[in-house]
Design a protein around this ligand. Structure first.
Ligand SMILES: NC(=O)c1ccc[n+]([C@@H]2O[C@H](COP(=O)([O-])OP(=O)(O)OC[C@H]3O[C@@H](n4cnc5c(N)ncnc54)[C@H](OP(=O)(O)O)[C@@H]3O)[C@@H](O)[C@H]2O)c1
Length: 444
């Protein structure tokens, strides 16, 4: 079988999510032809290990995306806003982990087990949800499919790795300082996180909910395709290094049945049922760190709401909540033959791909030879007679140098334009060639 390999970029490769992306691309054997790592200018030149191979980190700049098929963005939203459109312009599929584009109408927000079909209408950027949202929906979605969710209340228990590498260092440093009876320093969180819980994740909005709580509400509605779904969330940071848990109380349209609820969770591809209270069996954050699926347990009939269930979901925020979800999107798109390139970038050739490619290349070759032939003639020949009128008055027998101002004002800009047009043309040709190969040989 002809397995296509992809040229991949990671922006934010030195961060908590970026490091997981590098590891998961290797361990999941994603077909990577070349991997380019990007971060801030401070990290440029740093060496990163990928399966025993040393890769050098480059500064993330628009031109660095040229030629890549997929770029995973694992950096702050402001960086994604500035650079993701540049990557799309250069023909890349952007899989973004930040919140920059999640609620944009033309950007699919995707959890592959729930709404993979949304990727079919992407315009170059596909967003991956907030980590707590992804984890919570691994329990809520299968129950919604069976009973039809009407409202849900989320309470989160979020690990410090959700804030990134600096927060992991802060918790570890505070624990060491506590053990040594030294003063505990804090930089990332407004309160000491070691031996504490902080009922604030993100910054507060005018309605006194934090932006993490707003994201859980809005993103759940978008992913489930239920704009009127009522959700309320309370997001809490706990002194755990990795993985989040969410306590969910959900009310449904149909009467609920605990045995049936457990059955649908057990049958759902994104979840593992861990729910035997008599054996003290339920999911914990440690048990679901570096685990592909999310654990669902503590399932019971809710005593405050009608037709409602309460349950607990634990999942790895850096995997299902971030890096792995993005990779699963790419894997599923490749598997389903969903085009990676945005439709507007894939040029519709008037005569069909094969004829247009050949004609285009022949035409370009003719133009380039004509242009440089004329240029060579010009450099060999030209000296304008005093008072001469353009090329008509050139003497063929008096070779002279081309004046500097002619080069800087006319020749170089024209050459620059021709090369830019050529570069663009080659990119378009590559897309058409890709499509041809896929049509004739199949994508895998
Ligand atoms: N952590 C999670 O569980 C999680 C879950 C879901 C979504 N997310 C989202 O994923 C993104 C990354 O989170 P993280 O936890 O991995 O953060 P992080 O550990 O702080 O890493 C941030 C990354 O961004 C890079 N960066 C900073 N400035 C840059 C610039 N100007 N150009 C290019 N790269 C730059 C950093 O590079 P340097 O090392 O050079 O500074 C670093 O690689 C954020 O948008 C976050 O909201 C995170």
């Amino acid at each position: 079988m002809n397995i296509k390999s992809y040229l991949i970029g990671i922006v934010g490769a030195t961060g908590a999510v970026g490091q997981e992306l590098i590891g998961l691309l290797t361990s999941r054997q994603f077909p990577v032809a070349e991997l380019r790592l990007f971060a801030s200018p401070c990290s440029a030149g740093r060496s990163v290990d990928m399966g025993g191979k040393k890769l050098t980190v480059q500064e993330a700049r628009p031109d660095a995306f040229y030629g890549l098929d997929i770029v995973f963005f694992a950096a702050e939203g402001s960086i994604a806003k500035a650079l993701a459109p540049e990557a799309v312009k250069r023909g890349c599929l952007v899989l973004d982990k930040s919140s920059a584009f999640r609620m944009c109408a033309d950007v699919p927000l995707v959890v592959p087990e729930i709404n993979l079909e949304a990727t079919r209408r992407h315009q170059g950027i596909i967003a991956s949800p907030n980590c707590s949202t992804a984890v919570a929906l691994m329990g809520l979605y299968p129950l919604h499919q069976r009973f039809g969710v009407k409202r849900a209340i989320f309470s989160t228990y979020q690990s410090v790795s959700g804030t990134g590498l600096d927060a992991i260092n802060e918790l570890e440093t505070q624990i060491h300082a506590y053990v040594k009876k030294e003063t505990l320093q804090r930089k990332v969180y407004p309160y000491q996180i070691a031996f504490n819980v902080i009922p604030q994740v993100g910054s507060f909005g005018a309605d006194n909910y934090t932006d993490e709580e707003r994201k859980m509400r809005e993103e759940s509605c978008k992913i489930l395709g239920l704009p009127a779904l009522k959700i309320s969330a309370t997001c809490v940071r706990v002194p755990v290094l990795r993985a989040h848990s969410v306590a969910v109380s959900a009310e449904f349209g149909k009467p609920v049945d605990l045995t049936e609820a457990r059955r649908v969770i057990a049958a759902f591809p994104g979840a593992v049922l861990v729910d035997e209270p008599e054996k003290l069996s339920y999911p914990t954050q440690l048990d679901f760190s570096r685990v592909e699926k999310c654990g669902v347990g503590r399932m019971r009939l809710d005593t405050a709401l009608d037709k409602a269930l309460s349950f607990w979901v634990s999942g790895d925020n850096l995997w299902k909540g971030a890096a792995m979800n993005s990779i699963q999107i790419a894997e599923a798109m490749v598997r389903e033959g969903i085009p990676l390139r945005a439709p507007e970038f894939v040029t519709k050739w008037p005569l069909g791909d094969a004829a247009s490619c050949s004609l285009g290349l022949a035409g370009l070759q003719w133009f380039v030879f004509r242009f440089f032939g004329r240029l060579a003639q010009l450099v060999r020949v030209p000296r304008l007679h005093r008072g001469g009128r353009g090329f008509d008055s050139l003497s063929v027998h008096q070779p002279v140098s081309v004046p500097d101002c002619f080069c800087s004002r006319f020749l170089f800009p024209i050459m620059k334009f021709v090369f830019a047009a050529w570069k663009n043309f080659l990119a378009q040709t590559e897309v058409a060639a890709d499509r041809l190969c896929e049509n004739f040989l199949g994508s895998d």
